[in-house]
Design a protein around this ligand. Structure first.
Ligand code: GLN
Length: 282
């Protein structure tokens, strides 16, 4: 890149390159990555479009564009992702927080009494996006965040510090195995729920994400069965569970919770009218 190129030309050439590689959202990807390379808000790009781009920023932008052209998700490239109006660090050790998962968080917030008495367990916490959002936006006594991955839990803890979320306890555990003494009012989980057949058909971006955070045995049902079977031992009287759903399996999942005596099972849809959140109580 010649040093004299201005912001607008840089943006357009990055966009054209991504388009030539058939990236579906070339324009918005290029804007997002340029703003990140320049360390500015995306909305400011238009204001500085005539300014010359620095050499360092230009080469960083091209490095980002090259990575994106190989279908690496933009959040891994910049290292950050927005969720519930908060900012989260992400790495290849964790799933990138999804907008659909915000509905899960909102359901828990709506069900809470907001009087600092209730406790929550976030199972399969990953980046910590659910636990940290609940801590910041709700009014809970305590939140437990557990995950099987030490590296994920380390990042979740960093995200708690980064967002100044205080009442979270991080627990390394394979599902309920190391949580004998944890008893809460709400269990919330976005567990791995992709079956092997579904996994093979996923977009290339998903292959950058940790397989353990996505794939579930038993045709995608393994973790729902674990939760339905064991959650009652970790819930207080009338305790509630909130799980994110694999939209293709919603009726099977509902049946699993019915068979394990959960009551008033409700399923909420996401923005695409797909069944996305299941809630129920003991
Ligand atoms: N709870 C995290 C999220 O919602 C991680 C979920 C997972 O790893 N399956 O993004």
């Amino acid at each position: 890149m010649p040093e004299t190129v201005n912001i607008y030309d840089l943006l357009k050439s990055g966009e054209a390159f991504l388009k030539s590689k058939n990236l579906p959202d070339a324009k918005s990807d290029a804007q997002y990555l340029l703003a990140a390379a320049l360390k500015i808000e995306r909305s400011r790009l238009v204001l500085i479009r005539e300014q010359k781009a620095g050499e360092k920023e230009s080469s960083l932008f091209w490095e980002y564009i090259l990575r994106r052209s190989k279908r690496e998700p933009a959040a891994y490239i910049t290292g950050f992702c927005g969720f519930m109006g908060l900012e989260f660090k992400v790495s290849k050790d964790v799933l990138i927080p999804r907008p659909e998962t915000e509905l899960l968080v909102e359901d828990v917030l709506n069900m809470s009494k907001k009087n600092k008495t209730e406790t929550v367990l976030d199972l399969c916490a990953g980046s910590g996006c659910i636990a940290v959002s609940l801590s910041k936006l709700g009014n809970f006594n305590k939140i437990y965040a557990s995950d099987i991955s030490f590296d994920a839990l380390t990042l979740a803890r960093e995200n708690a510090d980064f967002n100044d979320a205080k009442n979270i306890e991080f627990l390394l555990s394979d599902m309920f195995k190391s949580l004998e003494n944890v008893k809460v009012d709400f269990i919330v989980s976005n567990p791995p729920y992709i079956s092997e057949d579904e996994y093979n058909a996923l977009e290339p971006e998903l292959k950058f994400e940790p397989e353990t955070a996505l794939l579930a045995q038993d045709n995608g049902l393994f973790f729902y069965k674990e939760i339905a079977l064991k959650a009652s031992r970790h819930l207080n009287d009338k305790g509630r569970i909130f799980v994110e759903l694999n939209a293709n399996l919603s009726q099977e999942i509902k049946k699993i919770f019915e068979e394990n005596n959960f009551k008033d099972i409700e399923i909420n849809e996401d923005y695409s009218h797909l069944p996305r959140v299941l809630k129920a109580h003991l």
